[in-house]
Structure formats: structure tokens, C-alpha cells
Write a protein that binds this ligand. Structure first.
Ligand code: ADP
Ligand code: MG
Length: 621
């Protein structure tokens, strides 16, 4: 087969263009990326060799070799891992496979400075080689294959691929260093970079010079070393390597279990929201090792999906090596190990929440939304997860816990009241909560779509049922009125009997509403809409409608504030003969106003506008 020339995928070309012209000051990370790939390749070979020992038998000592050559101006990074065949070279080094890198390219703004910081956040994997090299050659031979392939590119739109020779399996990457980057050919520099970025790699990294060959890393799995011997920097570099995230982890959890089950885990909670948190598969990312052999970062059931933000490794001493990923998921040992680790992580979160509440809130801000899924997905640990939940409420500015809510409940109050919508500030101004404010009763403001799942799943907390303030009757009668009214400016109008007006509204609005009644929950606003006790709450129906999960609209109850001057005045007018036609517009306008406050679209905006204009005109006459 002769030489073929191929074009890079458009996104790769864009990426390479940025990388090649980057003023990124930390160019040395290219070495971390190449070593990390070499280490992944060795991990994958070890896993494949469990079922096909021949793949590894002729050359069982896995490792990475660095060969700088100042005369030729080249740096070689070689490994004897799994290698790549022709198609894998084309796919892996010609397209963007990793979603993190894809997100990086999407995030590119064209503004060099901003894009530079993005490189720092995402890392660009193999392509970072072009930060320091003006040409890169990759010779690779896949384990088990007889032939090898050479991939060659100057990073300018195209690469070539042709048959090559390589002794044994693995990958040899030769970087033809740019004139200004020759410092990376100095042994001292290479040693320093490996010590900083790659010391945690579990394989030996050998530096080969004319004088000698030496191993320049500790070459043992970081998680197996005693905690006291690991520096914060090493923990952080390992985090970067496993997660491809470049933030400071919010929490690092490193522990060993030595009971009936034996395993070690090194897990991290990130400090930022990972970009793929809401991808449909909701896949956990923790990597499974069995006695230091990498198995997979995709073992179903290793971690629950509400922990999909966790990064790191779990290394089991008990699991069988020779078992497929699919079988693993039904393995009782795995299930027990998972149970223990999940409870341990929850315990650590609880400890943070108690000891460092401000720090905990940072976690909640970015990842709480995922943790809440655990309430309806992990029945076993539900009682441990619920106290970790933080919510917005009318009582306090920041986050609050349900325990704090319960503590603040008014004498006579039994339910935990909530209102749901899109935005806490808008919700706090909803007419439906006016009466609750007047009674000093706190209302929880629910703004995550996932709240619509866990609240009904949970039903109650500490024997207090959750109750929507926009559904059913509020039953505030039993709640003691505070002596000092928090709502000092409450209009002191007496509640009037507005039976006439209610009858008139019912006739006018007819089938458009389920009912019209006197409100117990309004103090300032004249009207509001609520759902009947048996009906779907307003907000959730809107959500479902947006997703086309329900069609049509449930009829709502229009409540009137019998203490509001507008309502009492209308009631006086309603008693007169012929009032019905005269007041018809008022009924529709107030109903539409209530719908607007709910964030509902009006079914007939033109009719609304006409009525409003007519009324304004009358007001001016
Ligand atoms: P990532 O490592 O995150 O997948 P990279 O850009 O670093 O992204 O590498 C792209 C892909 O190229 C890898 O996923 C792997 O399949 C392949 N690859 C890179 N280097 C090697 C290597 N030394 N041996 C085998 N495969 C490799
Ligand atoms: Mg990589």
C-alpha cells in the first residue's frame, strides 16, 4: 500500500490552528498529554491481555520511554501499549473523539486570549504536541498485528499515512521540535516536567540519553501509596489526568477498606460543573481497577448516576479479573463495595455541610441539582441524601436546609409549603404566597425541573407533608398569626361578602375556569390562579406541555381577594341590575392578569388588548 494523504476533520484543523499559534505559556503540558495517552494504551493492553495473554507475553514489562536528541532536534515518546492499526490512526489522530475536546472547540471564541485559557481548562490531548513541534510522526503497531503504520503531519490541514516497520507492538511518537522549544530536549527539563505532571503514572517512565537510562517517576499507582507520602500537587495532577478537568477539586477522598471487602478508592468532587453533566446517558465516570489492572471507566452500576460528577478510581482486591464488564454489573461483591463507597461519600458531604457550610454551598451551587436525583433513584440512601438538600425560601436570602425550615415552622403549621417556577425572584413575588407571608409562614421556592420528581417521591419530611401553595386550599387558619406582622403594609380592609361578584364571574368565565372562589392566600393582589387539589400543579403542567408530554390545559380556580378595594367595589356594582354585561370585561381582564402572573401565554391576546384599551379610554374620559 502506498502513501495516502488525508485531511483533518474541520474541527481538528481549527484546533490545530489555535494550538500552533498559541501563546500558551504552559507548553510543557504536551508531555503530560502524550504520557497520559501512553499510560492509557498500556492499561488497555493489560485489560485485553486478561482474555488474550499472547498479546503481552513476548514483552510483558510495560513502560514509557523518552528519548531526547539535541542534534536531530527530536524528542521521542514511545510506549509498548496496545498500539493503533491503520484505521485507528486515521480516526484517533484525525478527528476529535473526546467530548471534552469537542466542547473545547465549540467554546473557541476566536479571541486568542480567551481561547488560551480554554486550553488550560480542557487540555487538547494528542494535538498539544503541535504546540512545541512543527512536525509529528507516529509509528504504531497494534498488539497482535504484524504490520505497522506511519502517520505524519505538520499540523496544517493534512496528514499522511503509510506502511512502516516497528519492532513489536506499541506506539512511537517523534516530535520535530520547533527552534524556540529546544529546551524540551534537555534532560533536566524533562525530569522536572515528569516530576510535576506525571509522577503519579503507574508505569515506569524511562529517560534514555547517550550517558544512561534512568526511571524518572515513582512508577507506582498513586492511590496505593500512603496518604502521608502524597503531596497536594500530586493529588491534583492525578485528578487532571483521570478527569481531564483542570479545576481545583472541591473534595479529595482517599481511603482504603480492609474488612470483608478490600479495596482502595481515590475520588474527587470537582469544583465546577462538568460540561457533560446533563448528557442523556448520565454515565458515571469513576474508573474501576482490579488489583492495579485497569478494567473500565464504564462499568454499569459501579457508581449511581447521581454521582456522575465524581472522578477518580476504585481499585478492588476481591473482584475477579477475568470477567466481562457486563457480568461485573451483576456481581454481588461489586454491589456491596458500591454501597459502602456511596455511603462514605454521602458521609463526607454531610460532614462538609456541617463543618464548613459556606464551602458546602459552593458544592451545592454547582452540583446539588444532580445529587437531588438520588432522592428518587436511591431509595436505600434517601434518608441520608435529603438532609444534604439545600433550597431557596422566602425566609432567608441564601440556601437553606429542610431541617432549618422545619425549625422555623410557625405554631400550628403542619405542612412544608412550596411554590415551583423558573426563577426564585419571580416566585418570591407570586400573589399566591402573600397570605403565607402575612402569617409569617415560610415558602420554599423550587426552581429545578428535577424538583418536580423528588418532592412527590419524598412526599413529606419529618412527618410534614410537602404542599404546593398553588394547589388546593392553603389551610392557614390553624397557623398562629405572629404578633408582629412581617407584612406591616398590609391593607387593613375588612373582608367583605363578595358572593354577588363570584356568581357574576362564574357566569361570565363559564367553562374557562374550574371555579371562582374567595381566596385565603391573597393579601395585596386582587386575583390569582390555583390548581384544584386533585389537579396537576400549574408549573409542572407548563413544564410537561413544553416537552409535549401533556396536551391541553387543566382548568384552574380563580381566587378573588375579598379584602381588595377593587374587588369590593366590583362586588357593589355586581349587585345591580344589568351588571353582568357591564362587568364582563372586568372578569376577563382579571382572569387574564392572573394568567400573565403565572407566566402563561394568553389564548387570545388581541381580546385582552382590546378590553384593556377600552377600559383605559374610559378611565381618561
Ligand atoms: P484522549 O486521550 O482523551 O482520548 P487524545 O487526543 O489524547 O485524547 O488521544 C486521542 C486518541 O488517540 C486516544 O483516545 C487513543 O485512542 C489514541 N492514542 C493516542 N496516543 C496513543 C498511544 N500512545 N497508543 C495508543 N493509542 C493512542
Ligand atoms: Mg489523551
Amino acid at each position: 500500500m502506498a502513501q495516502e494523504t488525508r485531511s483533518f476533520q474541520a474541527e481538528v484543523s481549527r484546533l490545530l490552528d489555535i494550538v500552533a499559534h498559541s501563546l500558551y505559556s504552559q507548553k510543557q503540558i504536551f508531555l503530560r498529554e502524550l504520557i497520559s495517552n501512553a499510560s492509557d494504551a498500556c492499561d488497555r493492553l493489560r485489560y485485553a491481555a486478561i482474555t488474550a495473554p499472547d498479546l503481552i507475553a513476548d514483552d510483558p514489562e510495560l513502560g514509557v520511554t523518552l528519548i531526547p536528541d539535541a542534534e536531530k532536534g527530536t524528542l521521542i515518546v514511545a510506549d509498548n501499549g496496545i498500539g493503533m492499526n491503520h484505521d485507528e490512526l486515521v480516526d484517533n489522530l484525525g478527528t476529535i473523539a473526546r467530548s471534552g475536546t469537542a466542547a473545547f472547540v465549540q467554546g473557541l471564541s476566536g479571541d486568542a486570549k480567551k481561547d488560551m485559557t480554554l486550553i488550560g481548562q480542557f487540555g487538547v490531548g494528542f494535538y498539544s504536541a503541535f504546540m512545541v513541534a512543527d512536525r509529528v510522526e507516529v509509528v504504531s503497531r497494534k498488539a497482535g498485528d504484524a504490520e505497522a503504520w506511519r502517520w505524519n503531519s505538520d499540523g496544517k490541514g493534512e496528514f499522511t499515512i503509510e506502511p512502516a516497520e516497528r519492532e513489536g507492538r506499541g506506539t512511537t511518537i517523534t516530535l520535530f521540535m520547533r527552534a524556540e522549544d529546544k529546551e524540551f530536549l534537555e534532560s533536566d527539563q524533562l525530569q522536572k516536567i515528569v516530576a510535576t505532571y506525571s509522577n503519579h503514572i503507574a508505569l515506569p517512565i524511562r529517560l534514555v540519553t547517550k550517558e544512561k537510562t534512568e526511571t524518572i517517576n515513582s512508577a507506582s499507582a498513586l492511590w496505593m501509596r500512603p496518604k502521608s507520602e502524597i503531596t497536594p500537587d500530586q493529588y491534583r495532577e492525578f485528578y487532571r489526568d483521570v478527569s481531564h478537568q483542570f479545576d481545583q477539586p472541591w473534595l479529595t477522598l482517599h481511603a482504603k477498606a480492609e474488612g470483608t471487602l478490600e479495596y482502595t478508592f481515590l475520588l474527587y468532587v470537582p469544583s465546577i460543573k462538568p460540561f457533560d453533566l446533563f448528557e442523556v446517558d448520565r454515565k458515571p465516570k469513576v474508573k474501576l481497577y482490579v488489583r492495579r489492572v485497569y478494567i473500565s471507566d464504564n462499568v454499569p452500576g459501579l457508581m449511581p448516576s447521581y454521582f456522575r460528577f465524581l472522578q477518580g478510581v476504585i481499585d478492588s482486591e476481591d473482584l475477579p479479573l477475568n470477567i466481562s464488564r457486563e457480568m461485573l454489573q451483576h456481581n454481588p461483591t461489586l454491589a456491596r463495595m458500591r454501597g459502602q463507597i456511596v455511603r462514605r461519600v454521602i458521609g463526607e458531604l454531610a460532614k462538609k455541610a456541617k463543618d464548613e457550610p459556606a464551602e458546602y454551598e459552593k458544592f451545592w451551587d454547582s452540583l446539588g441539582v444532580v445529587l437531588k436525583e438520588g432522592i428518587y433513584e436511591d431509595f436505600e440512601n434517601r434518608d441520608l441524601i435529603v438532609p444534604l438538600v439545600r433550597v431557596r425560601s422566602t425566609a432567608a436570602a441564601g440556601w437553606t436546609s429542610l431541617d432549618d425550615y422545619v425549625e422555623r415552622m410557625r405554631p400550628g403549621q403542619n405542612a412544608i409549603y412550596f411554590i415551583s417556577g423558573d426563577n426564585p425572584d419571580t416566585l418570591a413575588k407570586s400573589p399566591q404566597i402573600e397570605g403565607f407571608r402575612a402569617k409569617g409562614v415560610e415558602v420554599v421556592l423550587m426552581t429545578d425541573p428535577v424538583d418536580e420528581f423528588w418532592l412527590p417521591a419524598l412526599g413529606e419530611y419529618k412527618k410534614h407533608p410537602f404542599q404546593s401553595v398553588t394547589r388546593g386550599a392553603p389551610d392557614l387558619g390553624k397557623v398562629e398569626t405572629p404578633e408582629e406582622k412581617p407584612d406591616a403594609d398590609k391593607p387593613e380592609a375588612k373582608t367583605a361578602d363578595i358572593a354577588d361578584l363570584i356568581a357574576l364571574f362564574k357566569v361570565t368565565l363559564g367553562e374557562a375556569v374550574r371555579d371562582v372562589r374567595v381566596s385565603e392566600r391573597l393579601t395585596h393582589s386582587p386575583v390569582c390562579l390555583v390548581a384544584d387539589k386533585e389537579d396537576m400543579d400549574l408549573h409542572i403542567e407548563r413544564l410537561l406541555r413544553q416537552n409535549r408530554r401533556v396536551m391541553g390545559e387543566t382548568k384552574r380556580i380563580l381566587e378573588l381577594n375579598a379584602a381588595h378595594p377593587l374587588i369590593t367595589r366590583l362586588n357593589q356594582l355586581a349587585g345591580r341590575a344589568g351588571a353582568a354585561t357591564e362587568l364582563e370585561d372586568f372578569a376577563w381582564l382579571l382572569f387574564d392578569q392572573a394568567r400573565l402572573l403565572e407566566g402563561e401565554a394568553l389564548p387570545d391576546p388581541a381580546a385582552f388588548a382590546n378590553r384593556l384599551s377600552a377600559l383605559l379610554e374610559k378611565g381618561l374620559a
